[in-house]
Design a binder for this molecule. Structure first.
Ligand SMILES: Cc1cc2nc3c(=O)[nH]c(=O)nc-3n(C[C@H](O)[C@H](O)[C@H](O)COP(=O)(O)OP(=O)(O)OC[C@H]3O[C@@H](n4cnc5c(N)ncnc54)[C@H](O)[C@@H]3O)c2cc1C
Length: 527
């Protein structure tokens, strides 16, 4: 592993635990709170694996959450430290002190006198390590991406045109994706999910959507909108009852916020829920709810008005409604411009009763919970847009190579080359925005503004890519049955669903002008 320079810290070697000597006799570790005095380190250095080394290790174990076991020998390797192989310490050139483990984790550094067993990095340490800047996906992320790409290109892409034409929900594809673990990629393993990280999920979603965005939105709406609120806000019992079969992908779960009068203005929700004799009685309707009417849908979480606050604003609460609940009905699916093989229905609630314990999260926190959910959803819709933009580019590049005019491939004309270059640049930018936002979320950092940026830029870049892909195809791109014509139809929804470009631009602008994205959004939906 080569050392890398990140924010002035050199990170590299087996554990990435690197101290940098700063003016003022102190060593500063990547974790800003972790400081060791230079004197202590010098003492530790003398004994290397001696008492001070032990203390230093103990402190590192405590502060960094590393797990160690009897027999470990920690080396405090000064900058001239040789490796066991006689090669230079991978970080010595940086002038750093490297707290390295005794072998293991791919280390090239020397082992302790007792042969030493490697340290095992804890969850916390892995999360911190992920935060180090590195454009390489982890092995796990790569595995999810490659698995998705293989499956999408072999099993989804060849059927995408037919799925769009027939507007049929692809049960067999979704079943296979469940078997592969994709339909529960980020959901907890203890509830049947795959336990993958959010970056991996977005990489996978990009690949699935590159083959077909109908399948992409089915996966996204299930994982991000349907299941993640259950996983985040559900009680243990709710997770057991509702999440378990959905986290495997065997059943689907939907999320119902949008209504006739409540689109961008989610606070305009009219659906009501009254508590009567230990039951919530729900009345009202929802529209365009994804995954709400398939044969495998297990239920929906709906946002309903459960009262009025002192300031006159509605109290909005999330309620779990299983599919077979009396008083809950679904209308027919819609004729759509895109996402035609995905499933959306209007939902109707007429004296629909669910037990009081079907409250999800806190009473009155429904909108706040949903907006948090939506931040993750926006990153995912941006990933879906990147996948679609990539599909446009794939088709455009192939056409530019094959189509001949004036005795040469059209890709030889500068006008076409510039279109390809612009598409490639924008896709790269959009992908980086998606991955940055996903990485921030995975690291537990604020990511609301970045989610909005990724959503706006990726959806609009995809629209431009679809437009240019049709242009590069000429009249052929205007024909029914041409992939780029389908992409051109499909791309528009990405600028609308899960927050329009307008509302996302407002979140970005307000966060720049006034306050953090989180505060700006809280004010916009203040109840
Ligand atoms: C295929 C599909 C699937 C969907 N799936 C789901 C789902 O699973 N669950 C769910 O709850 N919803 C779902 N939706 C709804 C979707 O999230 C909404 O369409 C979206 O939030 C926008 O709401 P709206 O369509 O009512 O637009 P409106 O709110 O009516 O907006 C119309 C226009 O006005 C603009 N506008 C509105 N307010 C402002 C403002 N304050 N400032 C500037 N411009 C403004 C908008 O940006 C837009 O351009 C789905 C929609 C579709 C089409």
């Amino acid at each position: 592993m080569r050392p890398e320079d990140i924010d002035g810290l050199t990170v590299g070697g087996p554990l990435d635990l690197v101290a940098e000597r700063r003016p003022g006799d102190a060593l500063v570790y990547p974790d800003r709170n972790l400081r060791y005095t230079y004197r202590k380190l010098k003492e530790a250095e003398k004994g290397c694996a001696g008492a001070d080394g032990g203390r230093l290790r103990e402190a590192a174990v405590e502060r960094h959450g590393l797990q160690t076991s009897v027999g470990d020998t920690t080396q405090i390797a000064p900058r001239e430290s040789p490796t066991s192989a006689g090669a230079a310490c991978p970080v010595r050139a940086s002038g750093c002190y490297h707290l390295c483990c005794s072998g293991g984790l791919g280390s090239g550094l020397r082992r302790g006198p007792d042969g030493g067993r490697p340290w095992v990095a804890s969850e916390g340490f892995r999360a911190r390590r992920m935060r180090a800047m590195n454009f390489d996906p982890t092995d796990e992320q790569r595995r999810w991406r490659d698995l998705s790409r293989d499956f999408a290109q072999s099993a989804i892409r060849p059927r995408a045109e037919q799925l769009d034409r027939e507007q049929k929900f692809p049960y067999d594809i979704v079943a296979e994706m469940s078997r592969l673990g994709l339909m529960g990629l980020t959901l907890p393993e203890e509830h049947g999910g795959s336990g993958g990280d959010f970056v991996a999920y977005n990489l996978a979603l990009e690949e699935i959507s590159r083959a077909d965005t109908s399948v992409g939105i089915t996966m996204e709406a299930h994982v991000s909108l349907g299941c993640s609120p259950l996983a985040t806000y559900g009680t243990a019992e709710q997770k057991d009852r509702f999440l378990r079969t959905c986290a495997t992908g065997e059943r689907l779960w939907a999320f119902g916020l949008t209504e006739e009068e409540a689109g961008t203005d989610a606070g305009g929700t009219r659906t009501t829920a009254q508590l009567e004799g230990g039951e919530w009685v729900i009345n009202g309707s929802k529209k365009w709810i994804t995954n709400s009417g398939t044969d495998v849908t297990a239920g929906v979480t709906v946002i309903a008005r459960t009262g009025t606050r002192e300031n006159g604003k509605p109290e909005l609460t999330a309620l779990i409604v299983p599919q077979e609940t009396p008083g809950f009905a679904r209308g027919p699916g819609y004729e759509k411009l895109g996402w035609r093989a995905s499933d959306q229905h209007p939902l109707f609630f007429e004296d629909c009763r669910v037990p009081e314990e079907n409250l999800l999260g806190e009473r009155g926190a429904g909108l706040r919970q949903f907006l948090r959910t939506l931040d993750g959803g926006r990153v995912a819709v941006a990933a879906l847009s990147v996948g679609l933009a990539q599909a446009c580019f794939d088709e455009a590049l192939a056409r530019a190579r094959e189509r001949r005019q004036f005795g040469r491939a059209i890709g030889r004309f500068q006008a076409i080359q510039f279109k390809l270059a612009d598409m490639a640049m924008e896709i790269e930018l959009a992908r980086n925005l998606v991955l940055k936002a996903a990485w921030l979320k995975e690291g537990g950092r604020p990511f609301s503004r970045e989610a909005s940026m990724a959503k706006v830029f990726a959806s609009e870049a995809a629209k431009r890519a679809a437009d240019q892909a049709v242009q590069i195809h000429g009249g052929e791109g205007f024909m029914e049955g041409s992939a780029v014509a389908r992409y051109w139809r499909q791309v528009k929804i990405n600028e609308i669903g899960e927050g329009t470009s307008e509302i996302n631009r407002q979140i970005i602008a307000r966060s720049l002008l006034e306050e953090s994205a989180e505060e700006a959004k809280a004010k916009m939906v203040a109840q």
